[in-house]
Design a protein around this ligand. Structure first.
Ligand SMILES: NC(=O)c1ccc[n+]([C@@H]2O[C@H](COP(=O)([O-])OP(=O)(O)OC[C@H]3O[C@@H](n4cnc5c(N)ncnc54)[C@H](O)[C@@H]3O)[C@@H](O)[C@H]2O)c1
Ligand SMILES: O=C(O)[C@H](O)[C@H](O)COP(=O)(O)O
Length: 371
């Protein structure tokens, strides 16, 4: 069995080597000729899986993406050819939530803001929005959820707000899929009209898909003096992004919010489990047996919770300014994809085991995700 997999998929060899012959590929440049004899195709978000890519293959049985987003997959086409498909829901949701927390900590420090005074609007309350909501709850930060699709479901008894209500929050964090059609399509959800309602004091974070914000409209508003603080991890038309937007961002990164080692590796593990199920074999391998210990794996907390301590703890594990710095330094000479491919190690809060002394008390750290 020929298993083709994206070279940017950690632990792929460990997981899949016993299931077939492995063929790594560069996700952006994969062609129909390259995968003529693939039985299994394992991609990440930069590979468009559609009729054109599969035109020369007649043996493909399984496609998997080690990502949450599925907007790069033509699912109706796969179904029409009876090719099984699986994605990796929630695999890097914690990573994105921790990216947002790191951004909040950095911006609070930069602008002397008290985090507990802010209200955060979460647009999209699925896996990622929910992980963020849990962390904000742990920190006592008020937040409002907007998710018209979940609001319609009676089994979800959380309180939901309209987009217009959520767009009035001090911080707006976007966590919706890219959808082009339907009553709740997210393409340019934040268009010129919505963007122009934002005030100079607000913070707008996009770590879902670039196309959810009209980037040209955003640039025009910024050039006209808009002071809303911007955090952009995702951009329209990646990898050929609108670089003129970068200087207007407080934090700018190369679509790496979900790039913790755990987040990426969980995607690989989820594909392994799905492929084993498809093949009818027992999934005996587990990520916890491969993943290495973090550089900082033990910490003692010996003072009560404070926002100063939070700032130190979060930055110790993941300081988003590192990724912002790399992005600004490298984007013009190396390009977007290179920054993503050479992403330096990053771990989730859960990779750190904390020992909380008597004076420190409280389990906010565990609720925040530390082990
Ligand atoms: N930057 C990154 O590295 C990164 C990492 C992971 C995911 N993502 C992106 O983030 C998206 C969300 O991730 P997730 O794990 O929460 O997905 P999810 O499918 O679990 O949740 C998405 C939620 O958005 C809601 N939604 C859809 N349309 C909406 C609208 N118009 N308004 C408000 N809510 C709407 C859905 O009902 C759903 O609950 C993914 O589809 C992916 O594109 C980006
Ligand atoms: O949808 C996702 O899971 C994320 O956007 C993911 O982090 C994208 O990473 P890529 O597949 O482009 O490496």
């Amino acid at each position: 069995m020929n298993i083709y997999y994206d070279e940017n998929m950690p632990y792929a060899v460990d997981f899949f080597k016993d299931l077939g012959t492995l063929h790594p590929f560069a996700g952006r440049s994969l062609t129909a000729d390259d995968i003529k004899d693939a039985d299994v195709l394992l991609v990440r978000s930069i590979t468009q899986v559609n009729q054109a890519l599969l035109a020369k293959n007649t043996c493909l049985k399984f496609v998997g993406t080690a990502t949450i987003g599925v907007d790069h997959i033509d699912q109706p086409y796969l179904a029409s050819r009876n090719i099984a498909f699986t994605s990796s829901p929630g695999c890097n949701a914690i990573s994105v939530a921790e990216y947002v927390i790191s951004c909040l900590v950095v911006l609070a420090e930069r602008y002397c803001l008290t985090l507990s005074n802010l209200t955060v609007g979460i647009v999209g309350a699925g896996n990622t929005g929910s992980r963020l909501s849990e962390k904000l709850t742990a920190l006592g930060i008020k937040h409002l959820l907007c998710d018209p699709l979940l609001a319609e479901q009676t089994q979800d008894n959380r309180k939901f707000y309209s987009l217009d209500e959520v767009l009035k929050c001090d911080v707006i964090s976007l966590h919706v899929p890219k959808t082009m059609t339907g009553p709740h399509a997210t393409y340019h959800l934040l268009n010129q009209l919505k963007l122009s309602q934002l005030t100079d004091q607000q913070i707008l974070i996009n770590a879902c898909r670039g196309e959810v914000i009209d980037n040209q409209a955003l640039l025009a508003l910024k050039q006209a003096g808009m002071q809303t603080k911007l955090v952009l991890d995702v951009w329209e038309n990646e990898p050929n992004i609108l670089c003129e937007l970068i200087p207007y961002c407080e934090i700018a990164t190369a679509h790496i919010a979900g790039y913790s080692l755990e987040g990426k590796a969980r995607g690989t593990e989820m594909l392994y489990q799905a492929l084993c199920k498809q093949l009818g074999v027992f999934a005996e391998k587990q990520l916890k047996n491969f993943i290495e210990e973090a550089n900082i794996s033990q910490l003692t907390i010996n003072q009560p919770f404070s926002e100063v301590l939070l700032n130190q703890m979060v930055k110790l594990v993941y300081d988003v300014r590192r990724d912002d710095g790399i992005f600004r330094q490298q984007i013009s000479s190396y390009g977007f994809d290179h920054i993503r491919k050479t992403y330096p190690a990053r771990r989730e809060f859960s990779a750190v085991n904390i020992n909380i002394t008597k004076q420190a008390q409280g389990d906010v750290w565990h609720h925040l995700g530390f082990n």
